[in-house]
Design a protein around this ligand. Structure first.
Ligand code: ADP
Ligand code: ZN
Ligand code: ZN
Length: 748
């Protein structure tokens, strides 16, 4: 007898373990690890869906009481077994349910039928068709007349191209039997052709201009491939400034890996960048590449999934979820812009794509290449420590040079009675560019929008005395009533004066892109403006069309958030304005300086990419902050040196690890009690430093109270055991049935 371990498709922690079922004899040949099955569950034997995660010949319980699987779901997609192990790893390392983890590794869940397009062709000449039409009319056969009329409306050239079947049935309202009747009379034929759902296929055949690699690029390609053919698999970090030719390096390595019969996943931070990357890969590799992202239709997605599974493609490109492309022969994962926050999943399972990629690669014997102009402190630290191999590309591949960068102190602007959002320098340079017909990008740092309270006079940001992060404003009665630290819970009422200089000009800071657009239009009425943010990019091709329009010179000024600084290549942009660079310094987490440095550096990288030299204006209240100064000087290493000292001092990642435990309950006192008990239990681990409990950043959401406990520990494994012991506690205790726990590792 065969038994299957089944995870029930329901995200409830108490049911998040395998249940054993008997595999009926007739299913023994069809069942597999990863199969999706229908099983009877609970006292009422309610049929539920489940995933088979294990098969064995041994019963764990009394066989007479074990239930049998009802059915193997034929339409469902079977998860590769190594992806199931990966799901288990995700569950263990990030504290999600197994069910959520399985869902994450299955970007496609259900089979979507192949799309068949049917065409109705005329089987007779036009003259004969006319005769037939009149015959049918005499017999009052109006449905037949409708179709033949439709053919007769076509001119001689399009006549033979036929009519779409669904158009005929839906618009002309012909039934299938009427069509069949005409077919039998040999007046028409019906042809079915498979409609290939291929989201990347291009018809324009612009040949690729393939640059010859320079020495530095060649060195990286050779080193990685040398390792590869001598069976060394590793993680490589390419620290290369924007435009230094990283993508060219990826493509050269990918080409060789493919020749070895292996497949490659290329991750990019967001959908808006797919277009560019796909374009370059398509030119080199043609139809052997594909994409996977959320804007594809369900059918398109299913087809790409199937093609990957069947080995019909070699390269899968896409954001985070493309990491789970079901390749059987994975040889390499490339993560471009590896520092990007979009690789961190913000829904359960809260995994980091970079870490999961490295784990998947380890499981199947693949290598990983990370690339960035501004590597995450985490990756760079690992590279410095020798766990990743580090390469550098310090010069731009083309002939462009780093722009001239001005740092404008917004406090000085205020002193000079300039109350606008444009510093005098930015204003002057914008007028200059508009007059020269060169393009301008204005970047608004949205990270940390209204996330802090600062003084417009001296720039002081009100911070926590214990944690060196900004205090977050909390609203009550339509205004900011108090400020609180989200690490330790320290709380003060909203001050009415700046604690540093006594000025009354303190406020929670933040303006939106829409307001910026208004202000630009008012100040520069002759300029044409495009805006790119979450609001203007909702449609399937919205990103592409804004980018395309701007790159073709469709507007003088592009205003946007993070989106516009990532990777886009515009030849005619010679001025970039960063409106409030330090907004992200005040978001109140340990990554603030790192994010500010990255965003600012990337924004600088957008100016002057071709033959025209560029200029950048960074507006800030903290012109001396190392994240801004280092970005302006394009000095990553100096930034890293200063940042790692602070991480070291405060025991933040990557020096140490942080586990965040979120306690959720409708009942406030339950949440408080449980949080306290867990914090005390955490203190029993001597290597763990415990912070909290404290109300979470959002202390109450939809009437659920939220409490937070943080544990810091150098050893990630110890934090995992803390998590496991908490899960066990929740499983065993009866006192906190009204509470739930969520876990977060290294992301606050
Ligand atoms: P990155 O990915 O680091 O931003 P890219 O690979 O996109 O850099 O290269 C930037 C530009 O320089 C591209 O237009 C690319 O075609 C070109 N390029 C890359 N390598 C070379 C080279 N060795 N010689 C000439 N041009 C190159
Ligand atoms: Zn002040
Ligand atoms: Zn604090």
């Amino acid at each position: 007898m065969i038994f299957a371990d089944v995870i029930i498709d329901i995200s409830v922690k108490s049911l998040d373990r395998p249940f054993q079922y008997i595999v009926p004899e007739e299913m023994e040949f069809d069942i597999d690890i990863g199969s999706v099955v229908k099983i009877p569950f609970g006292i009422g034997n309610r049929p539920m869906t489940g995933y088979v995660v294990g098969l064995s010949g041994e019963a764990k319980f009394d066989v007479s009481k074990t239930k049998s699987i009802l059915e193997i779901m034929k339409q469902a997609v079977v998860v590769e077994s190594h992806l199931l192990s990966l799901a288990y790893w995700i569950k263990e390392n990030y504290g999600s349910t197994m069910n959520d983890a399985i869902k994450a590794v299955m970007p496609v869940k259900r089979e979507i039928k192949e799309q068949i397009k049917r065409i109705i062709y005329p089987a007779v000449e036009i003259e004969k068709m006319k005769i037939k039409r009149d015959e049918f009319e005499k017999k009052h056969n109006s449905a037949r007349v409708r179709l033949l009329d439709e053919f007769l409306k076509l001119d001689r050239e399009t006549y033979n191209a036929g009519l779409d079947y669904s158009y005929v049935t839906k618009k002309l309202r012909l039934t299938a039997s009427v069509i069949e009747g005409l077919r039998k009379l040999n007046i028409i034929t019906v042809d079915a052709m498979q409609q290939y759902r291929n989201p990347v296929e291009r018809t324009d055949d612009i040949p690729e201009i393939r640059p010859v690699l320079n020495g530095r690029q060649k060195h990286i390609v050779d080193a990685v491939l040398n390792d590869y053919i001598t069976d060394i698999r590793g993680t490589y970090l390419i620290h290369g400034i924007t435009g230094s030719g990283k993508t060219e390096v990826y493509m050269n390595i990918v080409e060789k890996i493919i020749c070895l019969g292996k497949q490659v996943i290329v991750l990019i931070p967001e959908i808006s960048l797919t277009f560019q990357m796909v374009d370059r890969f398509y030119k080199r590799f043609g139809n052997r590449i594909s994409v996977m992202h959320s804007r594809l239709s369900a059918g398109e997605r299913f087809d790409q999934y199937t093609r990957a599974k069947n080995g019909e493609i070699d390269v899968m490109i896409g954001p985070r979820s493309a990491l789970f492309a079901p390749f059987q022969n994975l040889g390499l994962i490339v993560i471009d812009e590896e520092h990007d926050t979009s690789y961190q999943s913000d829904m359960p399972p809260k995994y980091h794509a970079r870490e999961v990629a490295i784990q998947r690669a380890k499981m199947v014997g693949a290598s990983v290449i990370l690339g960035s102009a501004t590597p995450s402190v985490d990756s760079y630290y690992k590279a410095v420590k020798g766990r990743y191999r580090l390469f550098e590309l310090n010069e731009r591949a083309g002939n462009a040079v780093y722009p001239k960068v001005y740092i404008e102190d917004l406090r000085e602007e205020l002193k000079a009675k300039n109350y606008s959002i444009f510093s005098r320098r930015l204003d002057e340079l914008m007028r200059d560019r508009l007059q020269k017909k060169e393009q301008i990008m204005l970047f608004l740092n949205r990270r940390g929008f209204a996330g802090s309270v600062s003084c417009r006079q001296c720039g002081e940001v009100i911070g926590c005395p214990h944690c060196s992060v900004a205090l977050k404003p909390h609203m009550a009665g339509g205004r900011v009533s108090y400020l609180m630290c989200h690490y330790c819970g320290y709380k003060i009422p909203m001050p009415d004066k700046c604690p540093e200089c006594g000025s009354i000009y303190i406020s929670s800071f933040g303006i939106g892109t829409e307001q910026v657009e208004q202000m630009v239009k008012k100040r520069f009425p002759e300029a044409s403006v495009l805006r790119m943010d979450a609001d203007t990019t909702t449609g399937k091709h919205a990103h592409e069309s804004i980018i395309k329009s701007y790159s073709e010179g469709g507007a003088d000024i592009l205003i946007g958030t993070q989106m516009i600084v990532k990777g886009h290549d515009f030849a005619n942009v010679t001025l970039v304005g960063i409106l409030a660079a330090d907004l992200s310094l005040n978001v109140g987490d340990y990554l603030a300086a790192e994010k500010t440095f990255q965003l600012t550096t990337q924004a600088c990288g957008r100016a002057g990419r071709a033959d025209k030299p560029g200029e950048v204006v960074i507006q800030t209240y903290q012109p001396e902050h190392y994240s801004i100064v280092c970005a302006a000087q394009n000095d990553y290493k100096d930034f890293y040196k200063q940042e790692i000292v602070i991480r070291e001092m405060l025991q933040y990642p990557p020096i140490s690890n942080i586990l965040g435990v979120l306690v959720l309950s409708e009942n406030e006192s339950s949440a408080d009690n449980l949080a306290k008990i867990l914090a005390d239990r955490m203190k029993l681990y001597h290597d763990v430093t415990v912070l909290g409990p404290t109300p979470a950043a959002i202390a109450k959401a939809k009437d659920i109270h939220r409490r937070m406990i943080y544990g810091k520990c150098v050893d990630y494994g110890i934090l995992c055991s803390v998590k496991n012991s908490f899960e066990e506690f929740m499983h065993e205790t009866d006192s906190f049935k009204d509470c739930r726990l969520n876990f977060e590792f290294n992301c606050i």
